[in-house]
Design a protein around this ligand. Structure first.
Ligand SMILES: [Zn+2]
Length: 287
């Protein structure tokens, strides 16, 4: 079984577009979230697949009906932080406040308290390893923010890309780490779990990579964003490399996901972790 997840955020909240969209302007920009979420939810429903929805708290406050729809459809609602702040831009107290505010927003919208977290732009790195203290303290069962790749602004290239248990540095508790999928090759891990790579590489590549990881006994986590399903979104004059990555093949994502789901065996992050022997941790967290 493999995990399917979505980071539920608006197209203008993406890190690449920060130079063009001021945080103060977010409320003035017309939302396009439902234009993407409607077909995504319909597709998941058609395949009978449940996914994990990592919501921004900011989104949950403005679209509580979307949170409720996801819960009603059996999807897992988890936390993507309040307003897409990098963990690397916060200290421990700020991170804790950000998590608390997001939990409040999700619960107020009608979701259970989140048990999973994914940081904005994979910003749990060795420098912000204290984040595991905060996550353990707040009762999170799993995290999906460590990307075991080499990248200029994030990544922990020597981190084991399999599902593993990370002990909180304080010694108080532990959190399961379920990194998004990477494929080993040429002495390093290649990011194939989603985002630009899902749209850049042909669909058969992703499907084959998942089958290969499956043979290695490794459940995978694929991650996508609603804006990746929205070819009509307004375009910003980002630099060419960002533009390429951000706008490539947006019109093909839904069809690709459709074909991927035909492989079968997809579910929420929680379902995969429960099948991997971690069910007790979820039961304990719900008590
Ligand atoms: Zn995000």
């Amino acid at each position: 079984m493999h995990a399917l997840s979505f980071d539920v955020e608006e197209y203008f909240q993406v890190a690449n577009l920060r130079p063009f969209v001021a945080r103060e302007d977010w409320d003035q920009i017309p939302s396009r979230l439902l234009l993407a979420m409607d077909p995504i939810l319909a597709l998941l429903d058609r395949h009978g697949v449940r996914a994990t929805m990592f919501f921004l708290g900011w989104i949950a406050e403005r679209h509580p009906e979307l949170v409720r729809r996801c819960v009603a459809a059996g999807h897992e609602v988890a936390s993507h932080g309040y307003e897409h702040t990098f963990v690397t831009d916060m200290d421990e107290a700020q991170f804790e406040a950000d998590l608390a505010r997001t939990e409040e927003a999700l619960v107020a919208a009608g979701a259970p308290k989140p048990l999973g977290f994914r940081a904005s732009t994979f910003t749990i790195t060795r420098k912000t390893w204290w984040a595991f203290d905060v996550l353990a303290r707040r009762g999170y069962v799993y995290d999906s923010s460590v990307h075991p790749v080499r990248h200029p602004t994030y990544g922990v290239p020597d981190f084991d890309p399999k599902i593993s248990v990370v002990e909180a540095p304080s010694g108080l508790g532990s959190v399961i780490e379920f990194p998004v999928a990477t494929l080993p090759g040429l002495g390093r891990n290649w990011p194939i779990g989603g985002g630009g790579y899902f749209r850049l590489l042909p669909g058969w590549f992703h499907r084959r990579a998942i089958s290969r990881l499956e043979r290695m006994g490794r459940p995978t986590a694929t991650y996508l964003h609603p804006w990746e399903f929205d070819p009509e979104q307004p375009r910003y004059p980002a630099k060419a490399s960002s533009r390429f990555r951000h706008y490539l093949n947006l019109d093909k994502t839904l069809e690709r996901l459709d074909r991927l789901l035909q492989l079968g065996g997809f579910g929420t992050m929680r379902e995969v972790l429960e099948a991997q022997g971690f069910a007790e941790r979820f039961e304990a967290a719900n008590r």
